[in-house]
Every structure is written in C-alpha cells, then in structure tokens.
Write a protein of this length. Structure first.
Length: 77
C-alpha cells in the first residue's frame, strides 16, 4: 500500500522500460497517478506498458529518445 495519493496527477518517466526507470512508473501507478512511459527500446516499453495496463493502471508508452530535442518536444504535445 502506498502512503501517497496522486489521484488526478500525471507522471512522465524516461528510461521507463527497465530497472529503476520501470520501478518509478510502478510506484506512481500504485499511488493512483496516470503515467506516461518513455524509452528508446520499443519492445521493452511495450512489455512494461502492457504489464502496468493489465494491473489496471492508466499508462501510456511512448518511444522517445530524450537526447533528441525534436522527439522530446513532440511527446510533450
């Protein structure tokens, strides 16, 4: 059980398909936040998004290389 309640809030997490990057959206989702997951690895991103969605969380997976400014700006739109 989470001690935080982020209901009505959104999180944007980069590097979100593995390790600490994946633990972060899991924690936000467990705290009722919607989460956008961004990563350069599409297959792992799809797996992470599918897993969190199957657990009933409101998530969106977006392939994005945050070192590319055009990609980052496009995701923000």
């Amino acid at each position: 059980m989470s001690s935080y309640d982020f209901t009505g809030h959104e999180a944007f997490v980069t590097g979100a398909s593995s390790c600490m990057g994946l633990a972060t959206p899991r924690a936000f989702a467990a705290s009722n936040a919607a989460a956008a997951l961004a990563d350069v690895t599409q297959e792992k991103l799809d797996e992470a998004t599918k897993d969190l969605t199957a657990r009933g969380h409101d998530v969106l997976g977006v392939r994005c290389d945050v070192s590319n400014q055009d990609c980052t700006v496009a995701v923000g739109r």
